[in-house]
Design a protein around this ligand. Structure first.
Ligand code: GDP
Ligand code: K
Ligand code: MG
Length: 277
């Protein structure tokens, strides 16, 4: 029982603000991030004797240093050290959203996936194996529908559980291949004297070998590599490799669950059974 600080992170339009408002109602402060005109929303709620402070961060596709929103988000996570990062994922765009998820996991803080828009995903006939997804990424996955306020208590319980066990959290590590891994190791060794959370050292190593200027400057490290493209490609390949084990999408583009039912009742389609959950 205590104070838990939670950051909401996700792609634009994944439902972050809807979820944030569903929790905080009118009880939140709206301001600006220092020095920029990006809106900052913060609110505190109480659940099961815990005070949980939620921050709604700007929508991003990546945590590169190319937009103000990306820099703001990663600086917030690194500097404010939230207990839990809630990665709001649009379940109807799972594959695309998971690129940011992998980057957030590499930042080293405990991540929970709030799998939002589950109503949309179901209506399109998507079947998502939540437990496989959770095992694949070694993070909890909680289904929510922000607009209908479903799954909100489950997510709060998971936040409290995850915050209470954050010392045990081990992020998954993607293998970027011998060459890149050796160069990441070299950077990690250079950083060994610095006060960096043990789960976050690798992230700095990755950023340096990606030639992330902002991080190289911050660490005062001269860097001789630029593996940014290879590292991005490896993430996409990793997602492509597992997505078909997790997501079944038997429908055609823009075809809805109702369209499929119509086809079945009019004998225009006979194939996979339809799933109702
Ligand atoms: P943000 O950009 O991540 O803050 O996304 P918003 O909270 O502004 O939501 C984007 C749009 O998606 C809005 O029109 C919401 O009403 C809608 N939305 C959010 N969550 C859900 C959901 O779970 N299901 C459905 N059907 N729509 C949602
Ligand atoms: K929006
Ligand atoms: Mg928003």
């Amino acid at each position: 029982n205590g104070n838990i600080r939670v950051a909401f992170v996700g792609n634009p339009n994944c439902g972050k603000t809807t979820l944030f408002n569903a929790y905080t109602g009118a009880k939140h402060k709206v301001g600006n991030w220092p020095g920029v005109t990006v809106e900052k929303k913060e609110g505190t709620i109480t659940y099961d004797d815990n005070k949980i402070t939620l921050v709604d961060l700007p929508g991003i596709y990546s945590i590169s240093p190319y937009t103000m929103e990306e820099i703001l988000t990663r600086e917030y996570i690194l500097e404010n050290d939230p207990d839990v990062v809630i990665n709001i994922v649009d379940a109807s765009n799972l594959e695309r959203n998971l690129y940011l998820t992998l980057q957030l996991i590499e930042l080293g803080k405990p991540v929970i996936i709030a799998l939002n828009m589950m109503d949309v995903a179901r209506n399109r006939g998507f079947i998502i194996d939540i437990s496989k997804l959770s095992k694949q990424l070694n993070v909890p996955v909680v289904e929510v529908v922000a607009t209908k306020k479903t799954g909100l208590d489950d997510l709060l319980k998971m936040i409290i559980h995850t915050a209470g066990n954050k010392k045990d959290y081990e992020p998954i590590k993607l293998d970027y291949g011998n060459k890149i891994e050796e160069d990441i190791d070299k950077v990690e060794k250079k950083l060994s004297g610095q006060d960096i959370d043990h789960n976050t050292v690798r992230w700095y190593g990755l950023k340096v070998v990606e030639d992330d200027r902002e991080i190289c400057n911050k660490l005062n490290i001269k860097n001789e590599f630029n593996y940014e493209e290879e590292i991005a490609k490896r993430k996409y390949d990793y997602i492509t490799d597992f997505i078909n084990n997790i997501l079944t999408n038997p429908y055609e583009e823009d075809e809805t669950f109702s369209d499929r039912v119509d086809k079945i009742v009019t004998n225009k389609w006979a194939g996979l059974p339809i799933f109702i959950s």
